[in-house]
Design a protein around this ligand. Structure first.
Ligand code: NAD
Length: 485
């Protein structure tokens, strides 16, 4: 394979390889596969269909690299990550366009995703994990310090393939771990290119990526040479990973599904907040773990709020090809997810829940397009309220008593995010303090920062990404006791 190191030159987005041991490699079986652009159903390029031997090769190279990368000074690792971010920045446009082709999201949103990755590297690099001096006397010095775990694997989903990789890569590498990225089979393209770009900055084996089908995840999580698995995806898969990793005592971080409630109080300015709530409900076609998925609106403003939401969503959110100008919502990312969402739409129609918006599936275009659907007060135990639709379907639900709406908001196996919207900050804080979720927002929803812990309650997760706690998730803590001889 040709050398990817040479220069500041732009990466080519027409050929895709695994990145193993400092080289661009094909699958050892020689097999490839491809996905389609969900807007046009045109084929994207071939990517490696990796075999178990490719996993072995990547883990072996990672184990060799782990020793010297852990010994590389923090400042040097930080500098390499910062240079990597600068290189990614210079290639924003090509990454964004590839992201549109593999995921479907509009180019405007794809650019934001790439820019967020750059921000994440830069701001994670500003964090530090200094030794904790617990005791320093003539008799004894006691220090807690953080040591890297070794070989970390990142398993990511298809909805934000780049962003969710960058929740992991900078934290793992900065703390002295080496990292193997395993993208979703549905969105391997940008992830492989991230590791290819990394070849220009990191020694062989430090940042690798391999693509493949459903067998690849279990191969990496079962591999005895892997020390840590950082996973983002569904609860069902997360449970399997936890079980697999328990056999070899691998460290695990799990960021999983959500069914975020938003509670709208009676005193809100409807016109001011409807665009914000609608945006976080339908961005990325609702394929966002922390999208608002249940909207509880106080009964005194329910009808006006529902009317304003429908008017805003139907008037402002153009659904279309990610490359078309003014598209705000792209297609569902792949056929299997499109089938899941359309099955739920059929169930909604059969169940005769009240639908406040116009028809949802757009058959006039080739791709997997579904327009936003707003449901008018379906039952609390109905599927669109209980399940995570992961599509553009939003139930509006009426509430009257504060204690009751808090109980309903918490009545879910999920605990990713939740929000309260009110002009009365005392009331908002009182409600917020009772919500069982990793992130709680007041008069906003979905804000995240690289230097702030991102964690989950209940089945939504296990452990933390981002912030200093996210760095600690890639480390062993070691307590060193020393006495004068
Ligand atoms: P998924 O669980 O099907 O797949 C996620 C990843 O796990 C993919 O890379 C997949 O190949 C891999 N995988 C599948 N089976 C595996 C196994 N047995 N062992 C190891 N790896 C395996 O999820 P998805 O459909 O790609 O993503 C959608 C889900 O992700 C939703 O539930 C969404 O809420 C969740 N999500 C959570 C967050 C978060 O930060 N909490 C962010 C984005 C998405």
């Amino acid at each position: 394979m040709s050398s990817p190191y040479a220069s500041e030159s732009l990466l080519q987005f027409n050929t895709f390889y695994n990145v193993v041991n400092g080289k661009l490699t094909e699958s050892s079986s020689g097999q490839t596969y491809h996905n389609t652009n969900p807007s046009t159903l045109q084929a994207n390029p071939e990517v490696p269909l990796s075999a178990q031997e490719d996993v072995d090769a990547a883990v072996n190279a990672a184990q060799v690299a782990a020793g010297h990368w852990a010994e590389t000074p923090w400042a040097e690792r930080k500098k390499k990550l910062q240079d990597f971010a600068t290189a990614l920045e210079s290639q924003t446009e090509n990454f964004s366009k590839m992201l549109v082709k593999e995921n479907g999201k509009p180019l405007f949103w794809a650019r934001i995703e790439v820019q967020s990755c750059i921000k994440w590297v830069r701001e994670i690099c500003e964090l530090s994990l200094p030794d904790n001096i617990i005791e320093d006397t003539e008799q004894r010095r006691v220090v807690e310090r953080y040591t890297p775990l070794g070989v970390a694997v990142g398993i990511v989903p298809w909805n934000f393939p780049l962003m969710l990789s960058f929740f992991k890569i900078p934290a793992a590498l900065l703390t002295g771990n080496v990292f193997i990225l395993k993208p979703s089979p549905f969105t391997p393209y940008c992830c492989l290119k991230v590791a290819e770009l990394g070849l220009r900055f990191f020694p062989p084996g430090v940042l690798q990526a391999i693509s493949g089908d459903d067998r690849l995840g279990p191969w990496v999580t079962e591999h005895p040479g892997v020390d840590k698995v950082a996973f983002t995806g569904s609860v069902a898969t997360g449970k399997k990973i936890l079980q697999t990793c328990s056999a070899s005592m691998k460290r695990v971080t799990l960021e999983m599904g959500g069914n975020d409630p938003a509670i709208i109080c009676a005193d809100v300015d409807i016109a001011a907040i409807v665009p914000k709530v609608a945006m976080i409900s339908f961005v990325n076609s609702g394929q966002l773990c922390m999208a608002v998925k249940r909207l509880y609106v106080h009964e005194s403003i329910y009808d006006a709020f529902l009317a304003a939401m429908v008017e805003f969503v139907e008037g402002s959110f153009k659904v279309g090809d990610g490359f078309a100008e003014n598209s705000f919502i792209g297609p569902i990312t792949h056929r299997a997810q499109f089938d899941r969402v359309t099955e739920l739409l059929d169930h909604i129609k059969e169940s005769e829940f009240k639908i406040a918006t116009k028809d949802s599936v757009d058959t006039s275009q080739q791709g997997f397009f579904i327009s936003p659907m707003i449901l008018d007060n379906p039952p609390d135990d109905s599927r669109p309220v209980v399940d995570e639709p992961f599509g553009p379907i939003l139930p509006l639900l009426k509430w009257s008593e504060q204690s009751d709406v808090i109980q309903r908001a918490n009545d879910t196996e999920y605990g990713l995010g939740a929000s309260v919207w009110s002009k009365d900050m005392a009331q908002a804080n009182q409600i917020a303090s009772k919500l069982k979720a990793g992130s709680v927002w007041i008069n906003t929803h979905g804000e995240l920062e690289p230097h702030v812990a991102f964690g989950c309650h209940k089945s939504s997760g296990f452990g933390v990404e981002c912030g200093v706690e996210g760095l600690k998730a890639y480390c062993n803590i070691q307590s060193v006791y020393s006495r004068p001889s």
